[in-house]
Design a protein around this ligand. Structure first.
Ligand code: ADP
Ligand code: ZN
Length: 603
């Protein structure tokens, strides 16, 4: 027996109330035959005139049938006078009496009065919930089962581990699951229990869904997929039913993979203080009990993905549930190169593409970003009427993903253009003058749709995993270079530096509160990250007095960086003027062009 959800209970309570009203008040009223009230004497008259055809003694009254003027029968009733004599008279006249005139409806008919409306209500209820589901769910590749919950099944995903670049550790961990799905009996025989579920944890776009599909593909088993948010968005009360359905169908198709994306939407920690989200909690409870209930030896493996592992309910992570946690991190340099290559296979490329260079330029990009870049590059090639993707296409699409499309139509007046030019060269010069800075790869003053009026692209020669205090400070100085150039040349401050200012402050704050890079606070953590994978800032955690001191430390760092930037530019005035003039003319210059002029003006 299913545990009914709240809305269903409410619906049927209303239905039963309606039935009671119908059967006790509405139907009797409708079925009542009109009864005409007459005097006892009139009854006797009718009796004498032979019009009465049937009589019933109801104790306090007499009900009788009689023919009217035109011979039509009607029902009458009257009070009682003398019944003893009446019986004799009726016998004499051979009129049936004592029989039922106003009939109680038969038992079968009475039941029909209950059953028929009930059926009508059930049908209406079904129709309503089905149409609501349709409105919410859209149409899936395949929806089946008696219930309204739709579940996706793709017989074969067609993906294999080859489609997933990098992520070697994740693949290694998942290989055991593949082998289990291939031959569940081998594990059962020895008595080994494989985890029922594994949790793929990592930032968005790193290939968690892809990995789950690849597991199904490698094991040649069906892939059931559903997103956590779908459970919660459903018509109230459907979440739990959907979980039940999912598992029922998965059990029928075992061995198979059940993939639950965004599990954090259902699996959020239950706090318990407030009423909370009843619907979500019911769904989560259902999920937990299904996971406990199903037979682990059958070969149903649940993979779930999340980028908010810290918010998951601990109950989900208990042994026998999602006790295996597989990190799926952003790709490193080699990983990025591999992802680019995997996706490059699907488009026509010129030979000698330098993937290494693009890999270096895309630090921090996710697999999805990289896939998107290759596609953007292909689109660009088509736009320009070529039939192969070139290195230039990919480089441009990297910039599109970083900074947005070029806004060629935007008209910037010459004075502003000059300021932007000096600002960008300021960044580049400061960067180039410091050791420990990534080399300048490109400077441009063509505005982008992201709002950037120009930018300086720096690309490291190799991937870095550690940042020293010096690296961070140099980065701040470089970021100060733009504003510093404006101040030195135009003696003014513009809003153009707002983005730089934001980043400088972020770095300075992190140095003070997170990386323990001041003597004053030593190795004290004064802030914690909100979410490891989603950013969203830090939570500052210190007393008021400390907060003030932290602010002072941050000001001091920023001021020092700004001062150093001005100092560097003052020493390189000649180069600054020369490169800014060149950039103003060309709008985009390469790192090599930049270095050439820079070196020519160095004393
Ligand atoms: P997630 O589920 O982690 O958010 P997805 O699996 O949906 O990420 O990835 C989105 C797309 O990005 C994939 O369809 C694929 O094209 C690409 N992608 C992400 N990671 C990789 C990878 N490691 N190798 C190849 N392609 C990847
Ligand atoms: Zn700037």
């Amino acid at each position: 027996m299913r545990k009914p959800s709240r809305s269903v209970i409410i619906y049927y309570t209303v239905v039963i109330l309606a039935l009671v009203v119908l059967n006790f008040f509405v139907f009797p009223y409708l079925m009542r035959k009109p009864v005409i009230e007459v005097q006892y004497s009139e009854f006797l008259d009718a009796l004498d005139q032979g019009k009465v055809t049937e009589v019933q003694d109801q104790g306090k009254q007499i009900v009788f049938k009689a023919k009217g003027e035109k011979g039509e029968e009607a029902i009458y009733k009257c009070g009682i006078w003398d019944n003893q004599a009446l019986a004799a008279t009726l016998r004499e006249k051979n009129i049936p009496f004592g029989s039922e005139i106003i009939k109680e409806p038969g038992f079968l008919l009475q039941m029909l009065g209950w059953v028929l409306p009930l059926l009508v209500f059930i049908i209406i209820g079904r129709l309503i919930s089905r149409s609501m589901l349709k409105q919410m769910g859209g149409s899936g590749p395949m929806s089946f089962g008696k219930s309204n919950a739709k579940i996706y099944v793709k017989a074969e995903t067609g993906k294999t581990f080859k489609d997933v670049a990098g992520q070697e550790e994740a693949k290694e961990a998942l290989k055991e699951i593949v082998s289990f799905l291939h031959n569940p009996m081998r594990y059962a025989r020895i008595g080994a229990k494989l985890p029922k579920g594994a949790l793929l944890v990592g930032p968005p776009g790193t290939g968690k869904t892809l990995l789950a599909q690849a597991v199904a593909g490698e094991a040649h088993v069906p892939f059931f997929s559903i997103s956590g948010s779908e459970f919660v968005e459903m018509f109230v009360g459907m979440g739990a039913a959907k979980v039940r359905d999912l598992f029922k169908q998965a059990n029928e198709k075992a061995p198979c993979i059940v993939f639950i994306d965004e599990i954090d939407t259902v699996g959020k920690r239950r706090d318990g203080n407030f009423g909370g989200n009843d619907e979500r909690e019911q769904t989560l409870n259902q999920l937990l009990s299904e996971m406990d209930g199903f037979d682990g030896k059958k070969g149903v493996v649940i993979l779930a993905a999340t980028n908010r592992p810290e918010s998951l309910d601990p109950a989900l992570l208990r042994p026998g549930r999602f006790d295996r946690r597989i990190p799926v991190e952003l790709p490193d340099l080699q990983g990025r190169i591999d992802v680019l290559k995997v996706h490059a296979k699907n488009v026509k490329m010129e030979e000698n593409i330098d993937f290494q260079h693009i890999g270096l330029a895309t630090a921090g990009a996710s697999g999805a970003d990289l896939a998107n870049m290759i596609n953007e590059a292909a689109l660009r090639a088509v736009r320009e009427g070529r039939d192969k993707v070139s290195q230039r296409d990919i480089e441009e699409s990297v910039e599109v993903v970083i900074a947005g499309y070029q806004r060629k139509s935007m008209v910037i007046n010459p004075e502003e253009k000059k300021i932007i030019s000096y600002h960008e060269v300021g960044h580049a010069l400061v960067a180039a003058s410091q050791t420990h800075s990534a080399p300048v790869a490109k400077i441009t003053i063509i505005p982008r749709t992201s709002g950037a009026l120009g930018y300086t692209l720096q690309i490291d020669k190799e991937e870095k995993f550690l940042m020293s205090e010096k690296d961070l400070f140099n980065k701040m100085v470089t970021l100060c270079g733009g504003r510093a150039a404006e101040e030195l040349i135009f003696n003014s401050r513009t809003t153009g530096a707002s983005n730089d200012i934001e980043k400088i402050t972020q770095i300075a704050r992190a140095m003070v509160t997170k990386f323990g890079m001041t003597d004053e606070f030593d190795m004290t953590a004064l802030s914690t990250e909100k979410s490891k994978y989603l950013g969203g800032g830090d939570i500052f955690d210190a007393s008021e007095g400390t907060a003030k001191k932290v602010d002072d430390a941050v000001f001091a760092l920023v001021k020092k960086a700004h001062g150093k930037a001005i100092e560097i530019l003052k020493e390189n005035m000649e180069a600054l003027h020369a490169i800014a003039a060149h950039l103003l003319e060309k709008e985009t210059i390469t790192g090599d062009e930049f270095m050439e002029i820079f070196e020519a003006h160095q004393n």
